[in-house]
Design a protein around this ligand. Structure first.
Ligand code: ADQ
Length: 464
């Protein structure tokens, strides 16, 4: 087995906290790294006065991590700047929020180059290299420039934008060209793959051969070839299932039910991000409350949304918008004994979250644009098989291509959201169980290990 080198913006070493308290991605990558005696390389999350390239090696729970600190200007231009103010909004259909600053682009190039320079000496001839996400799209090119001829793969966790949007990015041609230095490019869903292919066909000299067995395509330009794969990420099903049945989850479910006091609970769990469709969700819920006074006092929406990327202005704005909307909804509909919207800005441990999902009759997951969305899968996995809740899922989440037995909605339409909630409230137990069984089959079969193996196979050059 070849050794695996995983490279991502941030590194999450295994914590040994037990099932359910580590992200699924960290768990899956840790398992692969352990088996291949590999290394996980990336930014430590710490800032330093001047970049030194000093690598801090750590070994925990059988996984070797190698991290570097970045200087403050790097963090500002590469991470807060190009990654989160340029690429993230653009790739999530928010051209209006995207900032195109040369300084950000320069910082992005500099950090991708610095990381390549630092990791290159660790790479041995037979290693397989797996680069993650939009922060590091240039890394493959920078490694090639240093003579690294190994197989290098790239997985994009977020959507690939439509070609007409990507055109707005200064330097989009160079960014795409750098992608062809990867041997494998993985997407979460067919939608994002199709946008990528649309760009290749409309804006580049590259050719696509889609006659191979997997139909996804090989992109060629000169001597370079990149295999395209669709490889949707899943949750760590076994571990999440164990966590959902543990004492912490059971207690959290009991407390939630006690606090619901017989009322039907709807849950939303998201990082506080404008791509997650939170204002639109609140407006859909408000529409339901306005049109159905008979439901007042009978249900409530619990929205858990811990703040993220607080240094970025657009995240400060979305927070203010939600503070005001939640105040308006509660101001209008609440009475002395009932608050229709519980809006919470803190995160929960994953096993406690599992209990909260289980206590909820409806999972309301309605992003405007999302690479995959793992919360939707976690919600389904946490349900009681004898009395499962209903998943309402946005058509614009990558997960909608797999979870077709959810109630699929257009998150922009308050009427559609209100109707879907109403339908879920009225759904018979028989229909809830049928839908849940079908959703569970996918979530169990295409879990995070399946995803990791699927990508690793392509990276090793085997048929997927
Ligand atoms: P995210 O945008 O962060 O990830 P998502 O996949 O929904 O979105 O969530 C990742 C994890 O964060 C989940 O395991 C979830 O439980 C946890 N989480 C979210 N809110 C939480 C809260 N309030 N408290 C505790 N935990 C919380 C990006 C892409 C997604 C893609 C993932 C993985 O944007 O589209 O699914 O990467 O590829």
């Amino acid at each position: 087995m070849n050794r695996l080198i995983v490279i991502s913006n941030r590194v999450s070493p295994p914590t040994g906290d037990g099932p359910g308290n580590q992200g699924g991605l960290a768990v899956a990558l840790s398992a692969a790294l352990r088996e291949s005696s590999g290394i996980w390389f990336g930014w430590s999350g710490e800032e330093t006065d001047a970049f030194t390239g000093h690598i801090n090696f750590q070994r925990s729970y059988g996984v070797t991590t190698a991290t570097v600190d970045l200087e403050a200007q790097d963090v500002e231009e590469y991470y807060n700047g190009y990654a989160n103010c340029t690429l993230w909004p653009l790739f999530h259909n928010r051209l209006d929020l995207a900032e195109f600053e040369r300084g950000f682009a320069g910082g992005y190039e500099r950090v991708n180059d610095r990381l390549a320079e630092t990791v290159a000496p660790l790479i041995e001839d037979s290693d397989l290299i797996w680069v993650h996400d939009y922060h590091l799209m240039l890394l493959g090119r920078n490694l090639r420039a240093r003579g690294v001829n190994n197989r290098i793969g790239f997985f994009l966790h977020i959507p690939w934008p439509p070609a007409r949007l990507l055109e707005s990015l200064p330097g989009h041609g160079e960014l795409f060209d750098a992608m062809l230095d990867y041997d494998v490019i993985g997407f979460q869903s067919e939608n994002w793959r199709d946008s990528f292919i649309e760009y290749v066909q409309g804006h580049t000299e590259a050719t696509i051969d889609q006659n191979g067995p997997d139909q996804n395509g090989i992109i060629s330009l000169g001597e370079r070839r990149a295999q395209i794969i669709v490889c949707p990420i899943g949750i760590d099903f076994a571990e999440f299932h164990e966590a959902a049945h543990g004492e912490v989850a059971r207690e959290s479910c009991r407390r939630m039910k006690r606090s619901a006091n017989g009322r039907t609970m709807i849950v939303g769990v998201d990082r506080l991000d404008y791509s997650k469709g939170l204002p639109e969700r609140f407006l859909g819920y408000e529409r339901l409350l306005a049109s159905r006074p008979d439901l007042h006092g009978q249900l409530f929406l619990l929205q858990i949304a811990p703040p993220s990327r607080e240094q970025v202005r657009s995240y400060q704005q979305i927070r203010a918008t939600l503070d005001s909307l939640s105040g308006r909804i509660n101001g209008e509909f609440a009475d002395a004994e009932w608050v229709p919207l519980r809006y919470i800005n803190k995160g929960y441990p994953r096993d406690a979250l599992a209990g909260i999902y289980r206590a909820s009759r409806i999972g309301l997951i309605t992003p405007l644009c999302d690479g995959m969305n793992l919360v939707a899968k976690e919600y389904v996995a946490a349900q009681d098989p004898e009395d499962p809740g209903v998943l309402i899922l946005s058509q614009f989440a990558g997960a909608a291509r797999q979870l077709t037995d959810a109630l699929i909605v257009n998150p922009h339409s308050p009427d559609e959201l209100a109707e879907a909630i109403d339908r879920a409230l009225r759904m018979s137990k028989k229909e809830r169980k049928e839908r849940w069984h079908s959703l569970m089959a996918n979530i169990r079969d295409e879990d995070v290990r399946w995803w990791q193996e699927c990508f690793a196979k392509a990276l090793a050059g085997s048929p997927v």
